[in-house]
Design a protein. Structure first.
Length: 174
């Protein structure tokens, strides 16, 4: 099961790299990264905690702004170096508030499917809010908070069926 998810991550990373070659961030530098028709590619590297273990979290994401400030996206994460292995797939929608400054508030919602080795899959929904800071080089970074509610959670197996956590984002727009 996880070899399939690892292949998915590799395929998404290859698509992001090929897209970067087609439209470089330098070309996107003069344009609003949240404009209609813009795209986002992001890479996630961090750590997470589950089952009393620390995990290395690696992921990729892709988003498309189909209207000014309104993005549909897909993010995939692989949690390794802990037991059991975890894979998360998250389609999402995000709205970036247009402002006349380099600071842009955002809000969003997502659905997540989580595969956990030797456990039943979990589904969850959640919301996020924060602020993006424009870099002026076809990229942006942000900081915010995420709330996630697990829909298929058994509190006899998991300590909590909801979670709130910070997020830090770096993305390249093209």
């Amino acid at each position: 099961m996880h070899s399939t998810m690892n292949r998915t991550i590799i395929i998404l990373a290859a698509v992001a790299i090929l897209t970067f070659q087609a439209v470089s961030p330098v070309q996107a530098a003069g344009r609003d990264p949240f404009a209609d028709g813009s795209m986002r590619a992001s890479v996630l590297v961090g750590n997470g905690y589950a089952f009393d273990e620390s995990y290395l979290v690696v992921g990729v994401g892709f988003g498309y702004f189909f209207a000014k400030g309104l993005e549909l996206g897909l993010d995939v994460e692989s949690w390794s170096s802990g037991n059991p292995g975890i894979t998360k797939i998250s389609p999402a929608v995000r709205y970036v508030v247009p402002t006349n400054s380099a600071v842009r508030p955002y809000v969003g919602a997502f659905y997540r499917w989580t595969q956990i080795e030797n456990y039943d899959d979990l589904t969850s929904t959640g919301g996020r809010a924060g602020i993006y800071f424009m870099s002026g080089q076809g990229s942006y970074f942000g900081a915010g908070m995420v709330y996630e509610k697990y829909l298929s959670c058994d509190e006899k197996v998991y300590r909590s069926c909801s979670d709130t956590y910070p997020e830090i984002i770096f993305a390249i727009a093209f």
